[in-house]
Design a protein around this ligand. Structure first.
Ligand SMILES: *Cc1c(COP(=O)(O)O)cnc(C)c1O
Length: 363
């Protein structure tokens, strides 16, 4: 291949992405397995026919109506009282994170994350010339004060905590978040992409926003809302942070179509909550089943499970693909991650896994 004159630090790098393989059972990217309902789809059609004639105009640059709807949703979901000025939406929480790094990162800044975690944080740092640092979680993927102290000792400008964490599913205790809020003067980002799947009664970090102007909680409609294809994520933060993000956002970054389809889904949040409840139950059932088969499973508050440990996880992964089941090779070596699917998909996964690992279900 001819050498393009690209940035030195990008030479030889591969783009992020799980393999998109066309198999019957795809449990590899933590999507919600249930598509939007016919009622929701009918409302989408209506919304699109309303905005269609106005697409010659740029979108509402500030996405005011959507921000108000998202605030209303979060207020009900996490018993807080946020307003539109606390919310910043973009094309997936990935774009929100990149904007945060463009704003708070940069050549003289650093970010700390807690390994193993979402691999994109390192990419956002690379893309914004921010120094990426990481601190290891405990053996069982939890975080405690001593792990947090190691992070603080690095004197970062930004700390990112993912809760529930991807790929381990681990929930961070609110007392640990409070510890950072009390002891860290930089920007604390809590990535709550999977927050809706947390066990009932677990508080969200949005409950800490009122008193902490340097806290940012990032959420997405990609997982619980069955809306990965719509590309909508958002930050909840102080009005000061929300205003500052606008320094780095692209003009009219969120299309009229995206804003409208996001608002339609938010009208259906109660219906979607029903699916979340079912997926949580399926997750807990699958966790018990995997343990019964003798696998190790990380306790998960998300819509996926990390399990292992395999001598050759690539072999297991490949054979599962041959059985028509796609999961994900990610996280610590020897472990695999499976997203929670429909009850039928989860059954197909169990059957295939037993065949692949030569275990019988007779114990
Ligand atoms: C899936 C995921 C996201 C969501 O990304 P979107 O851009 O909103 O689709 C964010 N953070 C983590 C840790 C994730 O696993």
């Amino acid at each position: 291949m001819t050498q393009l004159p690209i940035r030195k630090d990008l030479v030889g790098k591969s783009p992020y992405g799980a393999p998109q393989i066309a198999v019957p059972v795809r449990l590899n990217t933590n999507e919600n397995p249930f598509g939007p309902s016919p009622e929701l789809v009918a409302e989408l059609a209506k919304a699109i026919s309303e905005i269609g004639p106005k697409l010659n105009r740029y979108p509402d640059r500030d996405a005011n109506a959507l921000r108000a709807d998202l605030a209303k949703y979060l207020n009900a979901e996490s018993q807080v009282s946020l307003a539109a000025e606390n919310i910043w939406p973009a094309n997936g929480s990935n774009e929100v994170m990149q904007q945060l790094l463009q704003l708070f990162g940069g050549p003289d800044k650093s970010l700390v994350a807690f390994d193993p975690t979402y691999s994109m944080y390192e990419d956002y740092c690379r893309n914004t010339f921010t120094k990426y640092l990481s601190v290891a979680r405990n053996e069982d993927f939890t975080i405690d004060k001593s792990v947090l102290d190691s992070a603080l000792a690095l004197q970062p400008d930004i700390i990112v905590l993912t809760s529930p964490n991807n790929p381990t599913g681990t929930i961070i205790d609110m007392s640990d978040i409070d510890y950072l809020l009390a002891n860290f003067a930089g920007v604390l980002v809590i990535d709550e992409a999977y927050a809706e799947f947390r066990p009932a009664g677990t508080p969200s970090a949005v409950s800490r926003l009122a008193k902490n102007p340097r806290l940012v909680v990032v959420r997405t409609m990609s997982k619980a809302f069955s809306y990965a294809g719509a590309r909508v994520g958002y930050a909840a933060a102080s009005p000061e942070i929300v205003q500052a993000i606008q320094l780095v956002r692209l003009p009219y970054h969120l299309s009229t179509v995206t804003q409208a389809v996001a608002r339609v889904a938010l009208q259906f949040s109660d219906e979607l909550q029903g699916q979340v409840t079912l997926l949580r139950r399926e997750r807990d059932d699958l966790e018990s089943w995997l343990k019964d088969q003798g696998f190790e499973v990380a306790p998960s508050g998300a819509n996926f499970l990390l399990f292992g440990a395999f001598g050759d996880r690539n072999e297991v992964w490949e054979q599962l693909v041959e059985h028509g089941v796609l999961i994900r090779q990610t996280g610590p070596s020897g472990w695999l991650r499976v997203s929670i699917g429909t009850p039928e998909e989860n059954q197909a996964f169990k059957t295939a896994l037993l065949q692949v690992t030569n275990r019988t279900n007779g114990k």
